[in-house]
Design a binder for this molecule. Structure first.
Ligand code: ADP
Length: 894
């Protein structure tokens, strides 16, 4: 017999092969060569995930227990595919037009993008599908168990299930969360599923052929055996037949994984045409040999588990290779179902629960797009782990004992609770969100109570006493006998009550409630999906469209302005109400207005997409609008910043220019100073040289020594001046304010500047000079000395004169000489350092005098300026204003 270890090795190799297939498909798709990946055959094969391990193993077990009833689980979907393809087409069309990502998204989107409905359907799907996933894990464990010798027994069923769950989670995360966009097809996974579809069909057919021809001795003999077997004898209950057929038909539409492959992964509506006959054919082939296998199993292995006949028959006959193939077929069925179901559920959990919670939690603060992307991917991955973890948990809790078929039915009844809301949403405009919520919640609750909780295990979730007498002794609430309908089959009982109450609540509440605007809009788009994308101009011409445009415009140009714009347009069209008819003129006007905010190109693209009915949802546009608003705000901030920067740069430029000018000044100053110092130094050195050589007349000696003395004096003066100036410029040096008579200061200055008054005649007004001023007399005297000395130096007329005049009304003293004067345009220059007019050498000054005067007067709070005019030079020394009134008030006699 085939060893357990060998089988595990084969399984691992098979999984590695699937990895390879998935990788290759992803790479092909990534390179854009996905031509045949999009073929209708791949699509049809991917639908085969309907056939899970339940179908693969369970159908035979079902047939062994209940005869032909197993056919109902194939019949339902086949009927839907063959007879209801228009319903499927509508689903696919809506799914693509609205970019639906899951069945929860479909319901939420249809009923006005309701968050609540999304959450309800997600919870329903997770709770409903969890047993189903557990079922697959169980079937893998059970099938391995069949092969388990002593080594396998040591491993144990639950650890096989655990390792399978971990492996499947890995595979799903690897290929199911490669890209964020749920609308992107998962080529790798779909391809792996297609391969698995072929493997499982091939396995079942091979086992069937083996059973009929090898064990059974040909079709004729086989038919005879079937006739003789107890299966043929069982009479079928028509109630169960109809019930189960309808249930499985509904499940095809409502199972999250079927919705995923049928709608979300659908690349082309036309594929439905092929699938509508090819998929029923696939199902027929899958069911072809179920009865022979069951009959032969019952005959040859009456003690064995009927669920495992597909495996045990070949094993029993020593056909190890066939048994291994059958095992791989069963494994494929389980794995493909788990992968797609997990992706579908994880997408729902992530989109409707985790991401909204996360966004809510950080609704303060801007959300960067990179942030969200990473977060959504992480949440998908965690959701995948969570969903598979739940499946494993259920497997452990339920003990893995119940027959496979009954667990599958629990899931079926759970997920078909979505049916009323879904069909109502597609065909009935009057269906409302409240109705859908009421129906879902009620159906969900009934299912939980009547089916799910009892299924977890006798007495586990619901005590045996409650099962028998109802909660608190309320007999009509007994889980399996609601409203005293005790004698029914439990599955039918639960399905009937949950769906009836669900649908009744849905219709009643829908009729009683009123849909909101977005709901109405979505309802119109869902129900009329074919009118919408078919007709020329699309749905844009409808009144509902004005609403959508308004929603978008509000996001872009602000609510008040948008509403005003729409109201104006409506008024211009002569319509009552706030919404205008969407005419080409109106669209052009709106586009113009939006262009002001988002730019012409974007506005045109947005309006174009909306009015041409391309499959862009309102949410897309709103997202674009939000983004634009953010960008506008951001660019506003940038502009502000750049203006600030420009200002700073301007200030820096100015400072730099000042620094450069200062540096030039400094260089000029230094060269001036060195020049000024060198001239006297040179002559001092030259005369000192001559004196040292000796042999001079004593008269010459004295003269040269005198020159040296003079030059040294000049140097000293120059250095004093420089020092003085630098102290003044640095704002240092003390200022001693004192009250003093003006005449006194002038007297001191005259004494210092004109030790021999012979040359220059002074004209003063002693009476006026008795005025008292408050100043630093030493500093002011220094200014006067400079001015008087200059007059003496530069007045070369025959009778040089200097008039000193006090202007009481101005608080200023004028120094007016009768010299050659100073050209008016030099009036400012002479106050600069080292500025000298005419022959520099002549008067012996360094050009610092007036500069020092200006600094002193600035420190004293006054000014000194040159007054241009005919005749000699006039300088005015203005004393600080605060002082002058005081001085003027003084009686002249004091
Ligand atoms: P300096 O040490 O050369 O006197 P100042 O700064 O005192 O330097 O004067 C600058 C220049 O202004 C002088 O070189 C001279 O050409 C001119 N100047 C100043 N005062 C008179 C004046 N009273 N008459 C004519 N020129 C004058």
């Amino acid at each position: 017999m085939l060893g357990f270890n060998a089988l595990v090795t084969i399984a691992l190799l098979y999984v590695a092969f699937l990895f390879g297939v998935a990788f290759a498909a992803e790479r092909r798709a990534a390179r854009g060569r996905d031509g045949w990946l999009r073929s209708p055959w791949i699509y049809t094969l991917s639908l085969s995930i309907y056939c899970t391990a339940w179908t693969f193993y369970g159908a035979v077990g079902y047939a062994a227990r209940s005869g032909l009833e197993y056919l109902t689980i194939y019949l339902g979907p086949s009927l839907v595919m063959l007879g209801w393809w228009w319903l499927l087409r509508k689903l696919v069309r809506v799914g693509r037009a609205q970019r639906i990502t899951s069945i929860a998204d479909l319901i939420s989107s249809r009923y006005g993008k309701s968050t609540l409905l999304g959450v309800i359907v997600t919870l329903l799907a997770v709770i409903g599908v969890t047993p189903y996933i557990a079922l697959q894990l169980q079937s893998i464990a059970q099938s391995l168990d069949v092969f388990a010798g002593p080594e396998g027994a040591a491993l144990g069923g639950s650890s096989v299930a655990l390792w399978s769950a971990i492996g499947l989670a890995l595979f799903t995360i690897l290929f199911g969360t490669r890209n964020l966009d749920a609308n992107e097809r998962h080529h790798g996974i779909v391809m792996a599923i297609a391969v698995e579809a072929v493997v499982k069909l091939g396995a079942l057919l091979a086992v069937g052929v083996f059973v009929v021809w090898d064990l059974g001795g040909g079709p004729a003999q086989m038919l005879a055996r079937i006739d003789a077997s107890p299966i043929a004898a069982w009479d079928q209950q028509s109630g169960r037949w109809i019930g189960f057929t309808l249930l499985s038909a509904a499940a095809l539409l409502c199972l999250p994984r079927m919705f995923q492959v049928l709608v979300v992964e659908n690349a082309d509506e036309a594929h439905l045409g092929t699938a509508s006959w090819a998929f029923p054919l696939y199902l027929a082939l899958m069911s072809l040999f179920v009865v022979p296998i069951a009959v032969m199993g019952l005959e040859r292995l009456p003690e064995g588990n009927p669920d495992m006949f597909v495996l045990t028959l070949p094993l029993d006959a020593g056909r190890d290779g066939l048994a291994a193939w059958a095992f791989l077929g069963g494994f494929s069925s389980a794995a493909s179902m788990v992968m797609v179901a997990t992706i579908a559920l994880a997408t729902m959990v992530s989109n409707h629960i985790v991401v909204p919670l996360w966004l809510y939690a950080r609704s303060q603060g801007a959300v960067m797009s990179g942030d969200v992307r990473a977060m959504v991917l992480t949440s998908r991955r965690l959701s995948i782990l969570g969903v598979l973890g739940l499946g494993y948990l259920y497997f452990r809790l339920s003990g893995g004992g119940a027959a496979l078929a009954s667990i599958g039915l629990v899931a079926f009844v759970g997920v078909v609770q979505v049916l009323p809301a879904m069909l109502g949403g597609l065909f009935w405009r009057g269906a409302t969100r409240s109705g859908a919520a009421a129906g879902l919640v009620l159906g969900f609750a009934v299912w939980l109570w009547a089916m799910f909780l009892p299924s977890v295990g006798d007495g586990t979730a619901i005590p045996a006493s409650v099962m028998a007498q109802g909660p608190f002794g309320l007999g009509w609430l007994r889980p399996q006998a609601l409203f005293w309908t005790g004698g029914l089959d439990p599955v039918l009982h639960a399905a009937m009550w949950s769906l009836t109450l669900n649908a009744a609540a849905f219709v009643a509440v829908s009729l009683a409630s009123f849909p909101g605007p977005v709901e109405r809009l979505q309802g119109a788009q869902f129900v009329g999906v074919f009118d919408v994308s078919g007709g020329p101009g699309g749905w844009s011409r409808g009144a509902a469209d004005a609403e959508t445009l308004l929603v978008m415009a509000q996001r872009i140009i602000g609510a008040a302005e948008a509403q005003a714009l729409f109201a104006r347009a409506a008024a211009a069209q002569g319509r009552a109400g706030a919404l205008p008819e969407v005419t080409p003129n109106f669209i052009r006007a709106l586009e113009r207005d939006l262009a002001g905010s988002v730019g012409a190109a974007t506005a045109h693209a947005m309006i174009g997409q909306m009015t041409e009915g391309v499959s862009v949802t309102v949410e897309d546009l709103i997202a674009v609008a939000d983004e634009t608003a953010q960008i506008v705000e951001y660019s506003g901030r940038l502009e502000q910043k750049s203006a600030e920067l420009e200002r700073t740069a301007g200030a820096l430029r100015e400072a730099n220019a000042k620094l450069t000018a200062l540096s030039v000044q400094k260089d000029g100053f230094l060269s001036q100073v060195s020049h000024e110092l060198r001239t006297p130094m040179t002559s001092i050195r030259a005369f000192a040289e001559i004196l040292r050589e000796g042999g001079l007349e004593p008269r010459d000696q004295a003269r040269f020594a005198a020159i040296i003395g003079d030059e040294a004096g000049r140097l000293t003066r120059l250095l004093d001046d420089l020092l003085d100036l630098s102290v003044l410029e640095a704002g240092q040096g003390r200022i001693d304010l004192r009250r003093v008579r003006l005449g006194e200061v002038i007297d001191r200055a005259v004494a210092a500047a004109l030790p021999d008054p012979g040359g220059l005649r002074l004209l003063r007004d002693p009476q006026a000079e008795t005025v008292e001023i408050e100043t630093d007399p030493d500093r002011l005297a220094q200014v006067f000395i400079n001015l008087i000395a200059n007059a003496r130096k530069y007045c070369d007329t025959g009778r040089p004169e200097l008039r000193i005049l006090w202007h009481p009304e101005l608080g200023a003293v004028d120094f007016i000489d009768n010299g050659p004067g100073i050209p008016a345009d030099h009036g400012r220059v002479i106050f600069e350092k080292f500025s000298r007019l005419g022959d520099p050498g002549r008067a012996g000054g360094a050009g610092l005098g007036l500069a020092i005067c200006r600094e002193i007067m600035t420190r004293l709070g006054g000014a000194v300026r040159f007054l241009p005019g005919p005749g000699g030079a006039t300088f005015r020394v203005e004393l600080p204003r605060a002082v002058s009134p005081l001085a003027i008030d003084q009686p002249a006699a004091v």
